[in-house]
Design a protein around this ligand. Structure first.
Ligand code: SF4
Length: 329
């Protein structure tokens, strides 16, 4: 299966008054056609910057893609002009943001907002055709097309996010990036919205990059997982490999810090310490100040990416030639 998206050695920086923020550091990530990847990490790990880089929405000043490639169907998005990106955003790649209210125009009816996107990218449709497509999209996300004339404030949070999804999928994009799409919603509504995205993906064959801090959301919605820490992908692989054979100490820490239904534990084990300030990252492995396995070498040398087999990649000194080189699990 071909990769629809391939990010190679991507570096993104923000120049701020507090110093140079190293938001994304030599990230490699591939997404197969029609597949879904969950990008997991704490707040400030660089997940949203990575997603915005793919959309070419990093604004200068203060942010800039310094180096690397973002290949979408083999075409490097980094080298495109904003005008060329205009034809890709919304039509080929769409993004759903965390808060539906910031994505919707409060003074325009929802029908008009969906029709506007269809009008931009499907210029061959006449007014009647655009209206028909808009109504189909509303129906597809479970909203009565009769509500097309209503404004965003007349919808609940979950319904607003459905409208955002309708806008994002209106032109049948090949890749959907969903950045914490349910975090602002109630738990029961979260499940509905995720199920909706799942069903629509099955129907339309859309590839998905799902950004979340919730491993449960990834387990239910993704085939692949990328774990991000301090601007780097520290582990990547198929869901079952990362969930059952998580190799990076940070990945293990994430799993230890969530409750398990099958095990009785008196206390959860949070990962000690804080993620480093991206304006002041440690040398070597960025996780070494928090890692129980850290050696002096970890604080000096950047760990290479090691393939543990079947595309299960880990960035840690403990692995060499695909095997652990130290004991002490
Ligand atoms: Fe820990 Fe060293 Fe691996 Fe970093 S490279 S995660 S410090 S063992």
């Amino acid at each position: 299966m071909d990769n629809i998206l391939e990010i190679k050695d991507l570096v993104v920086r923000y120049e701020t008054e507090d110093g140079l923020v190293k938001a994304v550091n030599s990230v490699n990530l591939a997404l197969k056609q029609g597949a879904s990847v969950g990008l997991v990490g704490e707040t400030g790990a660089g997940k949203t910057t990575l997603a915005k880089s793919v959309m070419r929405l990093i604004q200068w000043p203060p942010g800039r893609i310094i180096s690397g490639e973002i290949l979408f169907e083999g075409k490097d998005l980094v080298s495109l002009t904003q005008e060329q990106m205009y034809n890709i955003r919304g039509k080929e790649i769409s993004m759903i943001f965390q808060d539906p209210m910031t994505a919707l125009n409060p003074v325009m009816t929802v029908g008009k907002q969906i029709a506007e996107v269809i009008g931009v990218h499907e210029a061959h449709l006449d007014e009647e055709g655009t209206k028909k497509k808009m109504e189909e999209m509303l129906q597809m996300v479970g909203i009565d097309p009769q509500r097309a004339e209503e404004y965003p404030h007349q919808f609940s949070g979950g319904m607003k996010q459905r409208v955002v999804i309708a806008i994002a999928l209106a032109c049948n994009p090949k890749l959907l990036i969903a950045d914490e799409p349910t975090t602002a919603l109630d738990v029961t509504i979260q499940a509905q919205v995720l199920e909706l995205i799942r069903n629509l993906r099955d129907k339309l064959g859309t590839s998905l990059l799902l950004i979340t801090h919730d491993l449960g959301v990834v387990a239910q919605n993704c085939e692949y997982v990328a774990i991000m820490y301090a601007g780097e992908i520290v582990e990547y692989g198929e869901l079952r490999d990362v969930f059952h054979r998580g190799a990076h100490p940070y990945t293990k820490g994430l799993f230890d810090s969530i409750p398990k239904l099958t095990e009785k534990v008196d206390r959860l084990r949070p990962i000690e310490g804080m993620m480093p300030d991206p304006a002041n990252l440690p040398e070597g492995c960025k996780f070494h100040p928090r890692c129980q396995y850290a050696t002096p070498e970890c604080g000096q040398v950047q760990p290479p990416e090691v393939d543990l087999g079947g595309g299960h990649i880990v960035r840690c000194m403990r692995y060499s030639g695909g095997k652990p080189i130290q004991s002490g699990e």
